[in-house]
Design a protein around this ligand. Structure first.
Ligand code: GLA
Length: 381
């Protein structure tokens, strides 16, 4: 990938660009908790986005996407917003830096990625983080702190891509550290690295290769349900800023004041916030059985209460349970994408083979299997 990027940069711009990269992410547990002020437990992975970038002394941005084989240029003013979805991420990052009082001049860039698209591995956060990190170094002497770089990526999604996401993906992509997961409190942004090397187990992702068209609007709808439930609870308990501040009992108090759907969404979130903490405790004891059990509970909640799973992902989860896989659940925003599975070494081959065979027989296309390594986040190469 590196060589292809450098060669293309040379052909297009007649120079060597400086290389930057950032990563996709996995999340062990803590799904849809980030925008509710709860905990998440992600880590950056060994696939992501790489870009060669160089300032060009003008105010024009010129970018080539190797994967899309497409060239786009724009000015960093609102009227110049590009049509191409991929270019909006880069445009948005530039705009968000400028809105915060930072500088971004014109630059040339070529980029490519090896993080699967639409698999729930946050290819978009990897793209945002690569450019946020690079533009901070190139034009702002690295003065924007890493928290703000993550927020710049998040605001890009909100303001230019139509997704009211939380901070998890961008945070993991910026703060990721090889070998460690990050427990992040999304309300305070306090975080702690947890070395993650479960002896005798492997993490494997099984990608259903299903993508749902309306995922962004369904995602925003989930968020609105949670905010609605939190607002109802707040009337009785003013200390509730986010849904994650609420006790389960407080949710029951407002059951007949909110739509049943919002109640179910909130029920899931309150349970999930606690599960992240339980998983962290279990990890400190090397108790992977409990970690796995919590993953199954999360899947149940995401499927039945939050309703972001789908037939294909439920099938993979059920198969994992049947084969005594330690833990399994849908990962990321949902509406397609992957399951994340915690599998004993001794069961690994049998599980992966069975998943591929039985999924293919049932749905007529093969799932993809990813063995990810927990790796570093945004960096200059
Ligand atoms: C997507 C969003 C994140 C988070 C997850 C679900 O990946 O970008 O902010 O909400 O879904 O946990």
């Amino acid at each position: 990938m590196k060589k292809r990027i450098q060669e293309k940069f040379k052909t297009l711009f007649g120079a060597e660009g400086t290389l930057y990269a950032s990563a996709g992410r996995i999340n062990l547990i803590g799904e849809h908790t980030d925008y509710n002020g709860g905990y998440v437990f992600p880590g950056a992975i060994d696939c992501g986005i790489m870009a060669a970038i160089e300032p060009n002394g003008t105010d024009l941005v010129k970018v080539f996407s190797l994967d899309m084989d497409e060239f786009v240029q724009f000015h960093l003013v609102e009227e110049s917003i590009p049509e191409q979805a991929w270019a909006r991420y880069i445009f948005g990052v530039g705009r968000e830096i400028i809105k915060r009082g930072g500088k971004v001049g014109g630059f040339n860039a070529v980029f490519a990625g090896d993080v699967p698209l639409g698999a729930g591995l946050s290819s978009s956060a990897a793209l945002e983080s690569t450019f946020a990190f690079a533009l901070n170094e190139i034009f702002n002497e690295g003065k924007i702190d890493k928290f703000e770089l993550a927020r710049i990526g998040q605001s890009t999604e909100h303001n230019y891509c139509g997704v009211k996401c939380g901070i998890m993906d961008q945070f993991a992509s910026i703060f990721g550290k090889a070998g460690s997961l990050i427990r992040l409190n999304c309300k305070t942004l306090e975080y702690k690295y947890f070395p993650f090397n479960p002896k005798g187990y492997k993490l494997v992702l099984i990608d259903s290769c299903v993508k749902h068209e309306l995922a962004s609007s369904a995602y925003n709808k989930r968020r609105a349900s949670c905010e609605n439930a939190a607002a109802a609870i707040r009337k009785n308990h003013p200390e509730v800023e986010f849904l994650s501040d609420a006790k389960r009992l407080w949710l029951d108090e407002v059951r007949d004041q909110i739509p049943e759907e919002d109640f179910l969404r909130a029920e899931y979130v309150i349970g999930e916030v606690q599960r992240v903490l339980d998983v962290c405790d279990a990890l400190e004891r090397d108790d992977y059985e409990t970690v796995g059990e919590m993953m199954y509970q999360t899947h149940f909640g995401l499927s039945r209460l939050y309703e972001v799973s789908c037939e294909e992902l439920d099938f993979l989860n059920k198969l994992a349970r049947k084969m005594d896989v330690t833990g399994s659940r849908v990962m990321g925003g949902g509406f397609g994408g992957c399951t994340i599975n915690l599998v004993k070494d001794s069961l690994y081959d049998a599980f992966v083979n069975a998943a591929v065979e039985q999924f293919t027989a049932r749905f007529g296309h093969a799932p993809k299997v990813y063995n990810v390594v927990i790796s570093d986040g945004a960096r200059k190469l």
